[in-house]
Design a protein. Structure first.
Lengths: 156, 344
């Protein structure tokens, strides 16, 4: 892919890739690292995207796969403290942050794609190569867990 | 909740400017290019040297069925022959004569290849002492398709490689490579390892400054992905899923073809694994000694990774705690939602 296209995609989709990666790995430097790797792969991509939406979905899928790789790595498994790099500013934010961090990475990613990026269940299923039923179940459970945690903490 | 959730992510912005980011991306890409160029030189080694590598590989048993596939659950040699035909031209290059790589298993389909290799000392001594070690390395995967020239990583959707240590102190590594197209077919796959970093709970740290490349030509055979099935094309299995999903997603049942195959700590499916790995499915492995291991599964494309569920609390695993890979080579059956499927 040529430099102009890469620049265009970076400007447009880098925040999305970064946030999606962060939702799973929950460390700024790791999310940045994954973002870089995603766009390195985009540099190598020689196919053509069917549409802008196709490119966006491809970036999401690669970001998720790379985040999963990182989470699987031996080093990541034994370091789970997530106290820095947090965009929380208020007590309310801290409560939300803690609740989000208690969700599994996969649940957070699905919530992120659904709420923040506005993807439909069907689209998320396509990105995740999963089924709508599985995504719906995951979404529903994640939402419920998040709501429960926030209620318990009196943040909602 | 949606507003608060989105507000949280609104505040999350990348730590560098786009220009800095692009520069970093280019540096990484250039680094890969550089390695590719080195790689191309390595391919052009004289025929005599290549033959010598081949002879060495043969002498160490690299091409033998048992040596190649002893890590598989497969015991059917007729299937093994098919598997064997899926790879050839195995080559190993190492910057340090003390270390080499041994390919232990390979399988896959036309858009996905997975397998395991070990990094060993040539004198047979263990690399690692006893205990649990975390191992990592700088690594990358490459490919060259003769028809397309050095297209290398073009179209490669995902790559992953993770390390473990073996009982005899070698470094074991599982790899999985997926392509957005079928670029893996009849393709030279190369796995690069650049330095090994190891650490254990006692605080011991070890770095081996070695650069190695394992190369093999991969062509999937029809049987490569079906060396192990659970119940084969089992109607009852399909019915079970149909029952489970027909009320909401009946159309998706049709995409499941019931194929399972096993590889190391993975069970591989040739259809969408998410049907199996849904939270709604309870999966238990029945081991050869009769013990039952309730598992939490994660999925990666079409492969399922199994973990022990030590205390029976599946939520623990969703939090990523206390996961321990299952050696499914000792599994004789799988029970899914109460129905048992023998591993052939």
């Amino acid at each position: 892919m040529d430099n102009d296209s890469i620049e265009k995609y970076v400007k447009k989709y880098r925040p999305m890739v970064y946030r999606l990666a962060y939702s799973m790995v929950r460390r700024c430097e790791d999310a940045e690292d994954i973002s870089q790797d995603v766009f390195v792969r985009l540099c190598r991509f020689r196919g053509e995207f069917d549409s802008e939406e196709g490119a966006r979905a491809w970036l999401c899928r690669v970001a998720i796969n790379l985040a999963k790789d990182m989470l699987k790595s031996a080093n990541r498994r034994c370091t789970a403290e997530l106290t820095e790099d947090i965009p929380a500013k208020t007590n309310e934010d801290t409560g939300l942050l803690e609740a989000i961090q208690r969700l599994s990475p996969e649940d957070t990613a699905v919530l992120y794609l659904f709420y923040y990026e506005g993807y439909s269940v069907k689209d998320i299923a396509r990105i995740r190569r999963s089924t709508s039923a599985a995504i719906r179940t995951r979404l529903s459970r994640a939402r419920e867990r998040l709501r429960k945690m926030l209620t318990e903490e009196d943040y909602i | 909740m949606k507003e608060r959730f989105n507000g949280y992510f609104d505040k999350l912005t990348p730590p560098t400017t786009d220009d800095e980011f692009l520069a970093a991306v280019r540096r990484k890409a250039e680094k890969m290019d550089k390695k590719m160029r080195i790689n191309k030189k390595a391919i052009a080694i004289p025929v005599a040297a290549a033959l010598m590598v081949g002879v060495t590989a043969a002498a160490t048993g690299l091409f033998g069925f048992n040596e190649l596939f002893s890590g598989y659950i497969v015991s059917d040699e007729s299937i093994g022959d098919e598997l064997l035909s899926t790879i050839n031209e195995v080559k190993v290059n190492s910057s340090d004569d003390d270390y080499t790589m041994e390919l232990k298993s390979v399988t896959g389909t036309k858009d996905r290849v997975m397998g395991r290799f070990e990094i060993v000392r040539t004198d047979g001594a263990p690399i690692l002492t006893e205990g649990d070690w975390d191992i990592t390395s700088h690594w990358f995967v490459n490919s060259i398709n003769e028809n397309d020239g050095p297209s290398l990583v073009s179209g490669w959707e995902a790559q992953c490689l993770w390390f473990d240590s073996t009982e005899n102190g070698n470094v074991s590594a599982y790899f999985e490579i997926a392509s957005t197209s079928y670029t893996i077919v009849d393709t030279s796959v190369m796995l690069y390892i650049d330095n090994l970093y190891m650490g254990n709970e006692r605080g011991d740290k070890l770095m081996i400054p070695v650069t190695m490349c394992l190369e093999f030509n991969y062509t999937p055979s029809e049987k490569a992905s079906v060396e192990k099935r659970i119940g084969g094309k089992n109607n009852s299995f399909e019915m079970m899923l149909n029952t489970r999903y027909s009320d909401t997603e009946s159309v998706e049942v049709n995409i499941l073809e019931n194929y399972f195959s096993c590889l190391g700590g993975w069970i591989y499916l040739d259809s969408d694994s998410s049907l199996i790995c849904s939270d709604e499915n309870e999966i238990t492995l029945i081991m050869d000694d009769g013990t039952e291991v309730m598992c939490y599964t994660t999925w990666y494309g079409k492969a399922i990774e199994f973990f022990y569920c030590v205390d029976g609390d599946r939520d623990e695993f969703r939090e990523g705690k206390s996961m321990s890979a299952v050696d499914i080579s000792k599994a004789v059956a799988v029970r899914i939602n109460g129905m048992e499927f023998p591993l052939e």
